[in-house]
Ligand binder design. Structure first.
Ligand code: FAD
Length: 358
């Protein structure tokens, strides 16, 4: 967001709660809409040479053994390859952050509350209270603070809903080369959906989504318990090559999260802007990861918001620009939240519910 704003001549200060750039989940898939956004902010050229387009993929039904294959990569008009690439989250954050001056990011700055203050000229400023007791006054605030956003709460948005599902993720490193080519593999089993994809020649990203259990939170903070439960409980019937990917995963890459989302009607109808304060990314529209679009939409948000406020000089113009951004993003985000939820629901449903008889 800060880079997109910088590109249209708007200076901003990023407040980050951690003392450094930190990611969770290891990697993510970025689809062509995300690459268009990264093109627009002048960052994609740093990442494309490192990460190649996934050429094809297959989906295997664990119970029946049936397998479907599909080709993904397409050519753009200029002959360049178009499609999804799986990239390290850290590389994405670094590629974006290095476009900013070091002073533009203030680390160890956890936002805890927001107030507003009326100025003598009757304009309003946001007063941000940080955990370390620092107070920052801002003409405009864009909450890009993720699924448990303080800014979203201040705007009156409810807490995200639990989808009833959770996901385990990790990243394996094959120093000798994994040999999977540029192909992704997905597996469906009753109540479980899993897959792995190459990131580059040595690294492989994998994930398993499943119905949440009451006991899983006991494992969240212990990587070896996560690995054991994944291999023995979730992937017991899965192919040996998938289990090997999990065995090879770096302990620090293993994580287990509940999958939350905001109901599409809340994205459409609830207040996501007050004056010059709004939200973007997961703070506005958290979604289940079934279409791999949460991060892609966060990048789209940045481009649209920057475009909408590019010409704003006064507080009133900034507020109007943010209103145009909200109007433009609501429908798009609500549809993708709904489509992601439905996609996960169908693919993980009990066998026979959505499948055609053979
Ligand atoms: C299992 C899983 C798989 C996924 N796979 C994909 C995928 O393949 N492709 C894809 O596009 N998306 C994927 N997503 C979704 C994607 O991870 C998110 O949509 C994306 O990270 C949202 O970006 P964001 O910047 O809005 O929020 P975040 O990435 O959560 O970033 C929020 C930032 O704000 C900081 N912060 C939070 N609170 C505060 C505070 N109070 N004060 C200061 N700083 C704060 C955090 O430290 C963090 O740096 C997946 C999600 C999950 C759970």
């Amino acid at each position: 967001m800060a880079v997109a704003l910088q590109r249209v001549g708007k200076r901003s200060l990023v407040l980050e709660r951690w003392h450094e750039l930190r990611e969770s989940g290891g990697a993510l898939s970025l689809f062509p809409n995300a690459w268009r956004a990264l093109d627009a902010i002048g960052v994609s050229h740093k990442l494309k040479p490192l990460y190649h387009v996934i050429q094809n993929g297959d989906v295997t039904n664990i119970e029946t053994g049936a397998k479907q294959s599909q080709s993904f990569a397409q050519k753009q008009d200029d002959g360049a390859e178009k499609g999804a690439r799986v990239i390290h989250r850290k590389a994405l954050l670094q590629a974006i952050a290095e476009e900013l001056t070091p002073e533009a990011i203030r680390f160890s700055s956890k936002l805890v509350s927001i107030k507003t203050e009326q100025l003598p000229d009757s304009s309003t400023v946001a007063v941000l209270h940080l955990e370390d007791r620092t107070i920052i006054k801002a003409k405009a605030v864009i909450g890009c603070d993720g699924v448990h956003s303080v800014v979203a709460q201040w705007l009156g948005l409810g807490s995200p809903r639990h989808s009833g599902r959770s996901a385990v993720r990790g990243m394996a490193v094959y120093t000798e080369g994994h040999g999977f080519g540029l192909q992704s593999h997905q597996f469906l089993s009753e109540g479980t959906r899993a897959g792995f994809s190459p990131i580059n020649k040595t690294d492989v990203y994998w994930g398993v989504s499943h119905y949440s259990t009451a006991k899983e939170h006991e494992m969240w903070h212990d990587p070896e318990l996560i690995r054991k439960a994944t291999l023995e409980d979730l992937l017991a019937e899965f192919p040996a090559e998938f289990k090997e990917v999990v065995r090879r995963s770096e302990p620090e890459s293993l994580s287990w999260v509940r999958l939350n989302y905001r109901a599409p009607w809340e994205v459409l109808l609830c207040r996501v802007q007050r004056g010059c304060i709004t939200v973007a990314g997961d703070a506005m529209h958290p979604m289940t990861p079934d279409l791999g679009q949460g991060g892609c939409l966060a990048l789209e948000d940045a481009i649209v918001l920057a475009r909408c406020v590019a010409r704003a000089g006064t507080a009133k113009e900034m507020e109007e620009g943010m209103s145009r951004y909200v109007a433009e993003r609501r429908w798009r985000a609500a549809w993708v939240v709904a489509a992601s939820y439905f996609s996960g629901f169908v693919q993980q449903a009990p066998s026979g519910l959505w499948t055609r008889p053979a």
